[in-house]
Design a protein around this ligand. Structure first.
Ligand SMILES: NC(=O)c1ccc[n+]([C@@H]2O[C@H](COP(=O)([O-])OP(=O)(O)OC[C@H]3O[C@@H](n4cnc5c(N)ncnc54)[C@H](O)[C@@H]3O)[C@@H](O)[C@H]2O)c1
Ligand SMILES: O=P(O)(O)OC[C@@H](O)[C@@H](O)[C@H](O)[C@H](O)CO
Length: 381
């Protein structure tokens, strides 16, 4: 069997990427720092996925094992030397923490294995694999840099499937929605791009990732931050609130205008894409908590992320992103005490005031019209 390494045996790891890799003939080694999860995967060497929708389906996934990278980095190095593909789904903020082990493994690999290898970060961010590549380069010994640059590709990717927090009796079971899309940038691949069922290699990844991030994730975040303000607990319930849906549609109108203008998408097809997205959020079988979708507001308020990036791009096109400014305002009110980033943002607002917090987290220039819009909307909530 071909060999795959996947960092992060969590929801997307088990519920999406791991299964596609196994289905495509790979043995999958999950790498995680959660010792219990690693032990359970190694004990069972299999797990189930439940697709929840009108036609529920169970998929049994075999040919999996796991490595605890905190306890056994040497096992990870050995696996990297033999791998045919490496993927990640750990969270954008964690990429820098896997880089030292990944760099050590790649430095060893290029000495013993001259086959090309691709490392694909499947995170909700623009240019995730490129960011990981930067962290890996910082950790590589000087003598390995040239060979790693030659043999190891870091194709950026867009990954789309809603996998909520899991509350199942079986700790390995993952409940997922039926929809799934995974695209990666073929121009950044080394060697023959690995053929994986469900993975589409594309040349214009920027269009795919921005379409996904600025529709699915911008809409999701908008709904979650507005719902949190109203005390609504899950996305399905939020979708029963007319005012929230109206605002989400205004946001989609703004990001749709941007995407159609920027990438030349057919407006009718984009409208269909938005409708499909809205229907996915209405899946009554999927219980997705508002606090999961809203998680990490510091990251989500970042200049390159789903709220501020489309807003600044629209402003540069001479548009007024008023709905986006409203949901950015709502995000500044996400004070959930179970979220460290939310607490950090709230602490900054209390300590330094709203003006400085907006400036610090969004990086929107103080003199810009967008800054004034966001400040007014935030204060007005
Ligand atoms: N859940 C979704 O609907 C969804 C959909 C598309 C993309 N994503 C993206 O996928 C990524 C993962 O999200 P998730 O929902 O699966 O999160 P998750 O918390 O379920 O999974 C993350 C996993 O990474 C592990 N991890 C943490 N630090 C690690 C380290 N240093 N080394 C190895 N493993 C480590 C955790 O233990 C956990 O098992 C995020 O970037 C998210 O934005 C999520
Ligand atoms: O994972 P995050 O925190 O970037 O975003 C939360 C959700 O919007 C996200 O996980 C979606 O469920 C997913 O991106 C759908 O493909």
């Amino acid at each position: 069997m071909k060999k795959a390494i996947h960092f992060g045996a969590g929801n997307i790891g088990r519920g999406f990427i791991g299964e596609l890799l196994v289905r495509s003939g790979y043995e999958v080694t999950f790498v995680d720092v959660n010792a219990e999860l690693v032990d359970l995967i190694n004990e069972r060497r299999a797990y189930d996925i439940k697709i929840v929708g009108d036609k529920p389906e169970i998929i049994h996934v075999e040919h999996v094992r796991a490595i605890n990278s905190a306890a056994h980095p040497e096992e990870l190095t050995k696996a990297i030397c033999e791998a045919d593909i490496i993927t990640t789904a750990i969270g954008p903020n964690i990429l820098k923490f896997i880089a030292p082990n990944l760099a050590a493994g790649l430095a060893e690999r290029v000495k013993v294995n001259q086959q090309p290898l691709n490392v694909i970060a499947c995170e909700n961010m623009v240019g995730g694999s490129t960011v990981l590549k930067g962290f890996v380069e910082e950790n590589l010994p000087e003598e390995a840099k040239e060979a790693v640059a030659h043999y190891i590709g870091f194709p950026d990717a867009a990954v789309d499937r809603i996998v909520p927090l899991q509350k199942n009796d079986d700790p390995l079971l993952v409940q997922v929605e039926p929809y799934a899309e995974w695209d990666a940038n073929v121009t950044q691949a080394k060697g023959e791009p690995p053929q994986i069922e469900g993975l589409t290699w594309v040349e214009n990844l920027e269009a795919y990732i921005e379409r996904k991030l600025f529709t699915v994730n911008t809409g999701h975040a908008s709904i979650a931050y507005l719902a949190y303000r109203k005390g609504i607990k899950d996305i399905y319930s939020a979708m029963q609130d007319k005012n929230i849906v109206d605002m989400a549609r205004k946001v989609w109108q703004e990001t749709g205008d941007l995407l159609v203008r920027k990438f030349g998408f057919d407006p009718k097809k984009h409208e269909e894409y938005v409708k499909t997205t809205e229907n996915r959020f209405r899946n009554p079988h999927l219980s997705d908590e508002v606090t999961r979708v809203a998680r990490g507001p510091k990251r989500k308020l970042g200049a390159k992320d789903r709220l501020v990036s489309p807003a600044t791009q629209l402003l540069a096109q001479g548009q007024k992103p008023s709905a986006l400014a409203t949901v950015i305002g709502a995000a500044f009110h996400f004070d959930y005490d179970g979220d460290k980033e939310a607490q950090e943002v709230q602490g900054a607002i209390q300590e330094k005031g709203l003006h400085k917090a907006i400036l610090n987290y969004t990086q929107i220039p103080e003199e810009s019209e967008l800054f004034r819009m966001v400040e007014n909307k935030t204060a007005g909530f």
